[in-house]
Design a protein around this ligand. Structure first.
Ligand code: PRP
Ligand code: URA
Ligand code: MG
Length: 211
């Protein structure tokens, strides 16, 4: 597993505003959208390409285009939905699958309530997007769904991660996939409610309100 922490002043600035408890929901959504675009730039660095002949107004040349099949972007509902527009802006030809997972706040186990993925993901690069990697239970479940369908190239794009979640991913996935995790920051730890500390609170609630 490769972990990439995006070290950039714009990322650090936007993340700090995101963490601020006084940041309102419209601003929070805008910042998530901006941050995912910056992270997506790094997250797509290893994406497969192929040579492509192009005729410019002057001559022809061999350029580069994204290889097929197109990548699959999978937002993990709810909070991951806040990252979809930013990711799709950078990868407009990507297809989109959906996974609905919610963490039981007593047991911290991820429960699946929606699953809409292509049956066959062989040869597809899958980008899982979710702002928070806390215990790692949600991402582990999402990774298992895409590995079961044949995906081997998996990139998780998260805003914040806890060391506990990163360790679980490493242990659980091992060499079953070529997994990259791209994050804006790795925070200190989890608290007794498995929230990331210092974190930013509940990303889904801050994006979409408390349910
Ligand atoms: O790493 P974990 O300990 O599994 O926790 C992380 C998960 O928790 C949050 O979702 P939540 O369950 O709150 O659902 P929501 O997006 O609907 O708010 C977050 O968006 C991740 O999906
Ligand atoms: O800190 C956390 C942990 C899990 N889910 C969140 O939204 N925030
Ligand atoms: Mg939530």
């Amino acid at each position: 597993m490769r972990l990439h922490v995006v070290d950039h002043p714009l990322v650090a600035h936007k993340l700090t505003v995101l963490r601020d408890e006084t940041t309102d929901s419209p601003t929070f959504r805008l910042l998530v959208d901006e941050l995912v675009t910056l992270l997506a730039y790094e997250a797509t660095r290893e994406i497969a390409t192929e040579p492509h002949e192009v005729k410019t107004p002057v001559t022809t040349m061999t350029g580069t285009r994204l290889a097929s099949p197109p990548p699959l972007v999978v937002p993990i509902l709810r909070a991951g939905l806040g990252m979809l527009d930013g990711m799709s802006r950078l990868l407009p030809t990507a297809e989109v699958g959906f996974l609905g997972l919610v963490r039981d706040e007593e047991t911290f186990k991820a429960v699946t309530y929606a699953n809409r993925l292509p049956d066959d993901l062989t040869g597809r690069h899958v980008f899982l997007i979710d702002p928070m990697l806390a215990t790692g239970g949600t991402l582990v479940a999402a990774i298992d769904y895409v590995l079961e369908r044949g995906a081997r190239e998996v990139t998780a794009v998260c805003l914040l991660a806890a060391p506990e979640g990163i360790a679980l991913l490493e242990e659980h996935v091992g060499d079953r996939a070529n997994l990259s995790v791209v994050v804006a920051a790795v925070d200190e730890r989890l608290n007794e409610k498995a929230y990331i500390v210092p974190g930013l609170g509940d990303a889904g609630d801050r994006l979409y309100g408390i349910v």
